[in-house]
Ligand binder design. Structure first.
Ligand code: BTN
Length: 224
C-alpha cells in the first residue's frame, strides 16, 4: 500500500482528502511526524507535536459507519494492549487507560472511500495545560520510548486484519473492552443535554442509559 510521509503537515485527514480529489485511488495512507492543524472529533483540534503518531489510512471499501468505528477502535485497542495491559474503549471510539485518553480516532466517509484518522500519544512527556489532566501517552504510562514506525505498522496490520472478521464478532470483542456504567452528558441534535449513566450499547450502536435508549445518530457528542 502506498505510504506518504511528511515531517510536518496541517492534517493527515485533510491531505488524504486532497489526494482523493487529485484522483489518487485507495488504499493508501499518510503519516506525519507533526500536524499544525490536527483535527479531533466535534470540530475540536488534536494537539499534534512530535512524539505522537498521526496517521490517516484510506480504504476503498464500503464500510458502514458502525463497522468502520468497530474496526478502527479495535485495531488501536489491540495494538496498545500489546504495550499496556488495561486499554479500555470509551464509547464510541476513545482509547483510555488509567482514566486518561491515549488515542483518538476520526473517521470520515465518502461514497467510495473511508478515511481512518488515528492519533496515538506515544512518546510525549508533557501535554499542554488544557488537556494535561485528561491525556496520557505510552511513555508516561510505561516510562519507555517507542519507535513510532512500529506502532504505525501494527495499527495498519490490525486494521487490514479486521476486514476479514464479521461485524458481530467485532462487536463482541468491542464490548469486552468497553467501559460501561459511565456518567455522561448526552448532547442530542434535538432538546437539552441529558445527564445520565451509560449502562449498555446494542449491536446497532443504540445507547442504553438510565434515562432510556438513544441512537448514535441522535447524538452530537458525549461529554464525559
Ligand atoms: C478525537 O478527537 O479523539 C479524534 C482525534 C483524531 C486525530 C487524528 S491524528 C491523524 C488524523 N489527522 C487529523 O487531523 N486527525 C486525525
Amino acid at each position: 500500500m502506498d505510504r506518504y510521509f511528511y515531517q510536518k503537515i496541517d492534517s493527515t485527514n485533510e491531505e488524504a482528502k486532497r489526494l482523493l480529489r487529485k484522483r489518487k485511488s485507495p488504499p493508501f495512507y499518510i503519516v506525519a511526524e507533526e500536524q499544525t492543524q490536527g483535527k479531533g472529533q466535534q470540530g475540536r483540534k488534536w494537539i499534534s507535536p512530535k512524539g505522537g503518531l498521526y496517521i490517516s489510512i484510506v480504504l476503498g471499501e464500503e464500510y458502514d459507519i458502525h463497522t468502520a468505528l468497530l474496526s478502527a477502535t479495535l485495531s488501536v485497542q489491540k495494538l496498545l494492549s500489546s504495550y499496556v495491559s488495561d486499554i479500555k474503549i470509551r464509547f464510541p471510539n476513545d482509547l483510555i487507560t488509567k482514566n486518561k485518553k491515549i488515542a483518538g480516532i476520526l473517521i470520515e466517509k465518502g461514497n467510495n472511500f473511508t478515511i481512518f484518522g488515528i492519533g496515538v500519544n506515544v512518546n510525549q512527556k508533557i501535554f499542554p495545560e488544557e488537556i494535561k489532566e485528561k491525556a496520557t501517552s505510552l511513555y508516561l504510562i510505561t516510562g519507555e520510548k517507542y519507535r513510532i514506525r512500529d506502532i504505525e505498522k501494527g495499527i495498519l496490520r490490525h486494521l487490514l486484519d479486521t476486514r476479514k472478521l464479521p461485524t458481530p464478532v467485532l462487536f463482541q470483542w468491542y464490548k469486552k473492552a468497553l467501559m460501561l456504567d459511565m456518567p455522561a452528558v448526552l448532547h442530542l441534535k434535538k432538546g437539552p443535554p441529558i445527564r445520565t449513566v451509560i449502562k449498555d450499547i446494542t449491536e446497532r450502536f443504540d445507547i442504553l442509559t438510565e434515562k432510556g435508549y438513544f441512537k448514535l445518530e441522535e447524538l452530537v457528542w458525549i461529554e464525559w
